[in-house]
Design a protein around this ligand. Sequence first.
Ligand code: NAD
Length: 357
Amino acid sequence: MRILVTGGAGFIGSAVVRHLIENTEHEVINLDKLTYAGNLETLREVSDNVRYVFEHVDICDSQELNRVFQQHQPDAVMHLAAESHVDRSIDGPAEFMHTNIIGTYTLLEAARAYWGQLSESRKQQFRFHHISTDEVYGDLPHPDEDVDAKQVLFTETTAYEPSSPYSASKASSDHLVRAWHRTYGLPVVVTNCSNNYGPYHFPEKLIPHVILNALAGKSLPIYGKGDQIRDWLYVEDHARALCLVLEKGSNGETYNIGGHNELQNIDVVKLICTILDTLRPKDTKYSEQIIHVADRPGHDRRYAIDASKIKNDLGWMPKETFATGLHKTVQWYLDNEQWWQNVLNGSYRLERIGEQI
Ligand code: NAD
């Protein structure tokens, strides 16, 4: 297949591009605007490959999207381009509405116009794969409030109840994709995934933020009590799941993707400290750098995914446990200082975002 990947210079998109080039015969057109979160250094390993091409395009630019579809004639779209950081959506929601809602709408229209011209057989095989988040479901009961809480998980039929400007904009985009399927017959698949972590993660996000602050000898800020629960998935496991859904998922279906790793944020931070104590020992314990700061406004308390549908229907299971994936991740940041030093030489310097309301 020739696959148009949007947001391929971001954290998850680049893992998808690397996976497609290194483990399949597919061709990849990476379409990315290169916002603060896009970074072509993340694709160094694959950028010379003859099956890879980069298009510096904004998904809100319909003319350019039409050109890309006509020029490259893709068999499928994997749509990952988005504004993705909850804290930034609190400070500046406009960009999230623009890219995540209007951008998805513009991409859907370009895809629909192109799809309408295809031969009947190519039309049927075409897929628009929309990549979304579990945050669209809102939050789940927390074990603090309800002893049976752990039995309640997000399934593909959980009602949407987004809490932040980010998750509300992603929920809107999910609805648009399903409407384009139902109304126009565009062949789509949607995936909703839990929190990802792994190499090349932009350092505003919890895990790389903590690793880099720890190494710099700075304080490790925990929002509120740190008892918020997230379900963590190693990014390469997510990339494998996405490619499987694209190839084998049924038209019109939604698949939840998760790592079966529910952890409180404070425990994630303590685990990172323990790994660093072993891999980069110093006189004091890294956990002594932990401090508690004011919580994020509207902070969801718990997310957890029921990933049984993708397991039963498509045979996907994560390969990494949280222990193995986190160890690999910390080691990667220790081994790839040049990558994150270059990122920190840009506009973001590990400061807190999203506190002001
Ligand atoms: P990211 O912020 O690391 O990357 C986003 C990419 O999209 C960047 O390369 C950026 O340059 C590009 N982009 C932004 N606006 C664009 C525009 N207007 N036109 C073209 N390109 C644009 O995000 P990520 O963490 O890799 O997330 C990718 C997708 O997966 C998002 O849709 C996100 O909602 C979803 N998701 C993320 C997580 C997670 O834990 N990170 C979990 C589940 C789902």
